[in-house]
Design a protein around this ligand. Structure first.
Ligand code: NAD
Ligand code: IPM
Ligand code: K
Ligand code: MN
Length: 375
């Protein structure tokens, strides 16, 4: 039987609101397929600070190493501030401990009508479809930081194995299409020593291991501009370091509309290979929306649940090899985004210009998933 063990960390503010709804979709998948997902709920973020005076406990970090997947909501909020340890540090520690070094952030429209929500002209943005892979365990985010009153230093380090493994994820994903899609490696090799090593090692890996995948290099600053002017030119796979990837993935997300629609997967290996840590049916991973805890709208049932639900679909696909169910969830979301409720109103939350609540959208998605999975 399919399924496996998951650790659920809803986090703060809208985190628990949207995680609760997404897990109802998982209930439906269980009922329809007979798969069983053993769920363990725990704390990470501001909620953990309140209870344990730390953003994540050693116990939770240990659990995160023992499950097939972590289903994460969002951590943070103004009440906890930025002094260390802040809520966000819990997520950074989990990423490092789980060695989920490849953060996949897809950029494509969740449905046909969402093209209208893009701030970019239709003729420029229509058909955009790329997967941005952000290195997730190194670079300026980690290392021995120095923080004094009038001086600070974040070392920006990468070593060969860290670059090789993320390059292999990019190659493996490109090969999932026939013919393989092109790959862009993004860096600042004109300025940073780090980027020069990155570019050389990525090139070596593609020459040796992915000779049939077209690799190109792009400077990060110009990519930020080209995302706006020629986004479809990057249809394929983009692989980049932690900091560039953080910024460029928010930008690429903005291209397709609301943050409330964007899922992500952080993987400990390359799908379809024996690289990294494997789960029962695929690769160990952590799945969460790109968006944060949205404290400005939390507690009112107004959050868009779609990014969390699409993150669930990514979990089923990458950690549990349940492709049909993942496809059905994505199809259900598209159907709901493009449909109207009785009375003619679109079923959309405020971030999409609508008046639907979290629950309205979630219930519409659940009904559609049930129909597609023939329940
Ligand atoms: P945010 O993503 O929480 O919110 C940005 C804007 O988008 C807000 O106006 C919010 O209302 C809206 N928004 C976000 N998700 C939405 C949804 N599902 N439905 C409808 N509207 C949505 O970013 P922020 O305000 O910069 O950060 C708030 C907190 O979240 C901070 O503490 C930040 O560090 C944290 N954060 C956490 C993560 C994470 O857990 N991975 C990611 C980003 C930010
Ligand atoms: C993200 C977030 C995190 C990051 C923060 C909350 C630590 O912005 O997941 O993109 O910078 O990685
Ligand atoms: K999140
Ligand atoms: Mn970010």
């Amino acid at each position: 039987a399919k399924g496996g063990k998951i650790l659920v960390l809803p986090g703060d503010h809208i985190g628990p609101e949207v995680v609760t709804e997404a897990l109802k979709v998982l209930d439906i998948v269980e009922q329809a397929t007979g798969a069983k997902f053993e769920r363990d709920f725990d704390l990470c973020g501001g909620c953990a600070l309140d209870k344990h005076k730390d953003s994540v406990t050693e116990e939770v970090l240990k659990k995160s190493e023992q499950v097939d997947a972590v289903f994460f909501g969002s951590a943070g909020g103004p009440e906890w501030g930025t002094a260390q340890p802040n809520p966000e540090s819990g997520l950074l520690r989990i990423r490092k401990r789980m060695q989920i070094f490849a953060n996949l952030r897809p950029c494509k429209f969740a449905s046909k009508t969402m093209v209208e929500r893009s701030p970019i002209k239709r003729e420029v943005i229509e058909g955009v479809d790329f997967m941005l892979i952000r290195e997730n365990c190194g670079g300026a985010y980690y290392g021995n930081k120095i923080e004094e009153a009038d001086y600070a230093c974040d070392p920006w380090e990468y070593s060969r194995p860290e670059i090789e493994r993320v390059a292999r994820v990019a190659g493996a994903l490109a090969l999932q299409d026939d013919p393989p899609v092109p790959v862009w490696s993004v860096d600042k090799a004109n300025v940073l020593a780090n980027s020069r090593v990155w570019r050389r090692i990525v090139t070596e890996i593609f020459e040796k291991e992915f000779p049939h995948v077209k690799l190109q290099h792009q400077l990060a600053d110009s990519l930020a501009m080209l995302f706006i002017t020629k986004p479809t030119a990057f249809n394929g796979v983009i692989v980049t370091d932690n900091t560039f990837g953080d910024i460029l993935s928010d930008e690429s997300g903005g291209l397709t509309g609301s943050l409330g629609l964007l899922p992500s997967a952080s993987l400990a290996g390359a799908p379809g290979t024996d690289l990294g840590r494997n789960s029962v049916g695929g690769v160990v991973g952590l799945y969460e929306p790109v968006h944060g805890s949205a404290p400005d709208i939390s507690g009112e049932g107004l959050a868009n649940p779609v990014a969390q639900v699409l993150s669930l679909a990514m979990m089923l696909r990458y950690s549990f090899n349940m492709h049909n169910e993942a496809d059905s969830i994505e199809e259900a979301v598209a159907k709901v985004l493009d449909s109207k409720a009785d009375g003619g109103l679109e079923i959309r939350t405020g971030d999409l210009g609508g008046r639907a609540t979290t629950k309205d959208m979630s219930e519409a998605i659940q009904a559609e998933v049930k129909r597609l999975l023939k329940l």
